[in-house]
Design a binder for this molecule. Structure first.
Ligand code: HEM
Length: 181
């Protein structure tokens, strides 16, 4: 993954837990202290950081991934604000534009392996969201990402995972309920 992701993990840990915890986590994971946003790093570097964060902070991987999802909305909203502005002015519009958003990101990051999302069964106040990824095990991140987007747009969001790869699917499916806060 691009270094931008590891930068965000670093910033999240520093912001919420401070320098000492970050040092312990990155030492345990055996990574550098600084990541170059536009450089490619093996996915194992990110996986190692998440694993070490769990060990050092006494958390479960799903908790760390979910917290990271929420942080990612805040982090990319600050670092790529213009892209965010272009991607919708409401929660639902933004979710439907996530594929276009990553296509725009791909113009800057040609080696991106982005996720893709499909909205189905849409009725007022709810829809199902399918998350397709070349990677395994990142689905808890979607809970945080979607809740983070809800916060950004002042929308009350309730999300549950319905089924996924363990059910023989090639994607994960979520039920998303939303209403203006
Ligand atoms: C301007 C905003 C954003 C930028 C610049 C961005 C960029 C990226 C980058 C660099 C990666 C790593 C993939 C790779 O290096 O191959 C990534 C992955 C990912 N992004 Fe975004 N992203 C943005 C917003 C979002 C938002 C709002 C969501 C909310 C759903 C999202 C969902 C994901 C997910 C789930 C992944 C994990 C990759 C996977 O499933 O394989 N991103 N994105």
């Amino acid at each position: 993954m691009y270094g931008l992701v590891n930068q965000a993990v670093r910033e999240m840990v520093l912001t919420h837990f401070g320098e000492e915890k970050w040092e312990a986590i990155r030492e345990k994971a055996g990574t550098d202290d600084v990541f170059i946003a536009m450089d490619q790093y093996p996915d194992d570097v990110t996986v190692g950081l998440v694993g070490s964060a769990c060990a050092v902070l006494g958390a479960q991987p799903a908790q760390v991934l979910e917290a990271f999802g929420e942080y990612w909305v805040d982090f990319t909203g600050r670092t790529y604000g213009e892209l965010f502005e272009m991607s919708g002015s409401s929660f639902v519009e933004f979710v439907k534009n996530l594929n276009d958003l990553h296509t725009r990101v791909e113009m800057m990051m040609p080696d991106l392996a982005p996720p893709s999302f499909i909205v189905i069964d849409e009725v007022p106040g709810e829809f199902k969201l399918q998350y397709h990824s070349k990677r395994d095990g990142l689905h808890p991140m979607i809970l945080g990402l979607v809740r983070g987007l809800g916060k950004r747009f002042g929308t009350k969001v309730d999300i549950v995972r319905l089924r996924g790869k363990e059910d023989g699917l090639s994607y994960d499916e979520f039920l998303v309920k939303h209403q203006p806060a």
